[in-house]
Design a protein around this ligand. Structure first.
Ligand code: CTP
Length: 372
């Protein structure tokens, strides 16, 4: 649904052709369908992206002079505004008051990004990263605007590990795994959205840093251990979503291992890595800290999960089934969260953000008990 200004930037034909839908600013088209009321009533979510200073002002004051602003007045679903404007316009008290008004009424107004703006200037007001907007939309659809806005982790510090470790064999080769880091990043992003200070210890991922999260990159299991123990010293919760290598090559060869004609390769001997989850659970860096582990299983998923929960000694264990096409690299996940008190919480197949939110839903009451 374009505004008249949007049609200056991109023509109506392009919007229609790319979306496969009519694109109009008009309330006087297809009047028999009463579009200015029907579209808003039928929507599950309205996303205004980009939201200009003018549009925010109109929305805050309830003006309704085109199809979009009419729709905003009739929508009963959550509404997200993704502002984009020059810094001066964003910081102007008029805009700030309009934003505060919209937020007070339950709309979600994303903070604009900082960076290059249209023209030569740089600053706050840049259109938020579309990936972040998309993730927020999924979160709001899963939890509703109220749920998506809860700040139940405010004042808490949480540590999340993500991705996979790589154990070097020589300067060019390593033993690694297929973890993409998406689940850990979803945990970090959702914790930040719920108000937590978040340290994300990230192993070998190619994902952009989530906004407002302190990211510590690591390579090996031993580096991960060092980073986690340091960050966990004042943490309320530690969530070990990273796929940590259980073994590493016993010997690191400083020069590249060469093949020698007529000779078989040397076998690779492996040694155990420290089990960081078990260590943290047994000897919590901060008393009362909540520790959460992940278990990826291929067979006897629940039985193996229960045994692992007991063996590791953590408070919660997120158990998911992995296989050729499951979990790794995908944006979706399905799991059962086992708790040390015997409860089981199944999480249906859905976005990794939804699973992340369920983990925090289970962590929060445990924090309240131990760390009022
Ligand atoms: N983990 C860890 N340190 C390791 C290995 C794993 O902290 N050296 C953590 C992972 O981050 C995850 C959990 O332990 O949260 C489960 O890891 P997994 O490899 O499934 O457990 P294992 O004890 O290795 O069990 P198994 O290999 O028998 O499945």
């Amino acid at each position: 649904m374009p505004t008249a200004s949007a049609l200056h930037f991109v023509g109506e034909a392009t919007w229609s052709a790319l979306s496969g839908n009519p694109a109009t600013t008009e309330v006087w088209e297809s009047v028999h369908e009463v579009p200015h009321v029907r579209i808003g009533q039928a929507a599950d979510l309205v996303v205004v992206a980009p939201a200009t200073a003018d549009l925010l002002a109109k929305a805050a004051h309830g003006l309704a002079d085109d199809l979009l602003t009419n729709t905003l007045l009739t929508a009963r679903c959550p509404v997200i505004f993704a502002p984009a404007m020059h810094t001066e316009m964003w910081e102007n008290p008029a805009t700030q008051e309009n934003v505060a008004t919209l937020r007070r009424r339950g709309a979600i107004v994303i903070e604009p990004a900082v960076g290059r703006l249209t023209g030569v200037d740089t600053g706050k007001g840049r259109f938020p990263d579309p990936v972040e907007i998309f993730e927020l939309c999924r979160r709001v659809l899963a939890r509703g605007a109220q749920g998506a806005g809860t700040q139940d982790l405010a004042g808490r510090h949480v540590v999340v590990t993500a991705g996979g470790t790589r154990e070097p064999l020589d300067p060019v080769r390593y033993l690694g795994n297929r973890s993409s880091g998406k689940q850990g990043y979803a945990l970090a992003r959702t914790a930040a959205a719920r108000g937590a200070r978040v340290t994300l210890v990230a192993g070998n991922t190619e994902l952009p840093d989530p906004a407002g999260v302190d990211v510590i990159p690591i390579g090996t299991a031993r580096q991960l251990r060092e980073a986690v123990l340091k960050a966990a010293a004042d943490a309320d919760a530690v969530v070990m979503a990273a796929a940590v290598a259980d073994f590493r090559p016993a010997v690191y060869t400083t020069g590249k291992i060469k093949k020698i004609d007529g000779q078989e390769p040397e076998p690779v001997t492996l040694v155990r890595n420290p089990d960081i989850l078990a260590e943290l659970s047994a000897d919590r860096p901060r008393p009362g800290q909540v520790v959460v582990g992940f278990a990826a299983e291929t067979d006897d998923v629940l039985a193996n999960g229960r045994t692992k929960l007991a063996r590791k000694g953590c408070d919660l264990l997120v158990v998911n089934e992995v296989g050729e096409h499951k979990a790794f690299g995908s944006a979706e996940n399905e799991a059962v969260i086992l708790a040390a008190d015997g409860t089981e919480t199944p999480v249906p197949y859905g976005p990794k953000e939804a699973l992340a939110d369920t983990v925090w839903d289970l962590v929060t009451p445990r924090l309240a008990e131990t760390h009022p």
